[in-house]
Design a protein around this ligand. Structure first.
Ligand SMILES: Cc1cc2nc3c(=O)[nH]c(=O)nc-3n(C[C@H](O)[C@H](O)[C@H](O)COP(=O)(O)OP(=O)(O)OC[C@H]3O[C@@H](n4cnc5c(N)ncnc54)[C@H](O)[C@@H]3O)c2cc1C
Length: 375
């Protein structure tokens, strides 16, 4: 995509998010669903496939472009981006990184158009931060594999048409894991009821149960035993995207905070005239600036092939923690209003909490960063 086309996409998405998504945020929260017209427009704008290759119907954005687009998407309810986040991100990237040409042709165009939704099923009850210990199994049976196990907290599972399932095909640890495409409707695959979550209403997670789910051998993605590597490379891409969402959402919260500080008065003066309130605003602006710069630099280094690991982990760690502090200061500046339902910063405070947990907790990012340096 040339730079003018990309600039046009960003400005169209910016207008869509601000003019159509933000006015419906409370409806998303109350209804726990993305309204169909928003879904349709997102589809028409190519948002289900911005990070998927152009030859398979996506927009084919580089990561440097993707993070700039995601800064805009992150400015509204995170559930909105989550609707197409897994198809572009952790699920879609599994196929981009490891799929055969046949698998890419069969699935990527449908994911990119939004005709179908993908999910990434790695986490289990006893294997979260350390997925190398997962116990879901895939047993070879003639021309098929038979999968047994249970995955939990799987984003978009209730809506997904296809699951990237990580299962043990033999051996202990990370080397014994392979990846499988499992279609919704496969006998033995069952999705549990949506989880009741703290925030991000409108985005759904659920358990995925596999009880003798039979898939053809051709459903294996990448060579046997490479599933862990596939999951990690898909997650590294996803981490930069999550960092960019955090920057977008932090910008939104800061804008809400500044607007309130200008309008609300106490003791005859605007609260924004109090230097202690100014300190809260200044800290958020300075950290947001650092986070945005870090994401852009990490994306540049990723695209250049210089660093696909350290930068994504640093950016995900810093930006998710930064967002937590910005959200907390936002609530503080709003005072009692910040604690009330129906006020955007209260909702964002709950929404923001997730980013420090999924796609690798902050502690796991610290381990990745330190181990990379110490190796
Ligand atoms: C809303 C939501 C959506 C999700 N979506 C998906 C999805 O689409 N697909 C998917 O596969 N998973 C998904 N997850 C799962 C998510 O990635 C895991 O919850 C996360 O990786 C943490 O795993 P855990 O919950 O098992 O926590 P645990 O691993 O039990 O961690 C608990 C605590 O211990 C700490 N800890 C664990 N190990 C270490 C260590 N070695 N050193 C230091 N501290 C450590 C953690 O940082 C954390 O603070 C989702 C989770 C949520 C909540």
């Amino acid at each position: 995509m040339d730079s003018q086309d990309f600039a046009d996409v960003v400005s169209a998405v910016r207008a869509f998010v601000r003019e159509q998504v933000i006015p419906r945020e409370e409806e998303i929260e109350e209804g726990d669903a993305i309204p169909e017209p928003l879904r349709r427009t997102a589809r028409d704008m190519g948002l289900f496939g911005y990070a998927l290759p152009e030859e398979y119907g996506g927009l084919g954005l580089t990561l440097s472009e993707e993070v700039r687009l995601v800064f805009e998407l992150g400015y509204a309810s995170p559930a909105f981006r989550s609707m197409f986040g897994t198809s572009n991100g952790i699920a879609g990237q599994v196929l981009v990184h490891a799929g055969t040409p046949e698998q890419k042709t069969a699935w990527l165009p449908r994911l990119a158009s939004g005709e179908i939704v993908g999910a990434f099923a790695l986490t289990e009850a006893e294997a979260g931060s350390d997925p190398s210990t997962l116990t879901t199994t895939a047993r070879r049976d003639g021309d098929h594999y038979v999968l047994d196990g249970a995955k939990r907290f799987i984003t978009n599972a209730p809506e997904a048409d296809v699951f990237m399932v990580f299962a043990r095909t033999g051996g202990d640890g990370s080397r014994g894991i392979s990846t499988f495409l499992v279609e919704q409707g496969t006998a033995g695959l069952e999705v549990g009821p949506p989880d009741a979550k703290m925030g991000q209403r409108g985005a759904h997670t659920a358990e995925v149960l596999l009880d003798g789910a039979r898939v053809p051998a051709s459903a294996m993605v990448g060579p046997e035993g490479t599933g862990f590597r596939t999951a990690m490379s898909s997650l590294a891409h996803g981490r930069l995207s999550i960092a960019a969402v955090c920057v977008g959402l932090a910008q939104r919260i800061l804008d809400e905070t500044v607007a309130y500080a200008k309008e609300r008065s106490q003791g005859g003066s605007r609260i924004g005239d109090h230097q202690l309130v100014q300190g809260l605003i200044a800290d958020s602006q300075a950290e947001l600036y650092a986070g945005r710069a870090m994401v852009l630099e990490a994306a540049r280094a990723y695209d250049a092939g210089e660093d696909t690991k350290l930068g994504p982990s640093c950016a995900k760690y810093f930006c998710s923690e930064m967002l937590g502090r910005v959200a907390d200061r936002g609530v503080q500046v709003f005072g009692g209003m910040g604690y009330m339902r129906g006020v955007a910063v209260e909702r964002f405070y709950r929404d923001a909490r997730l980013f420090r947990i999924y796609e690798g907790t902050s502690q796991i990012q610290q381990l990745v960063i330190a181990r990379t340096l110490l190796r």
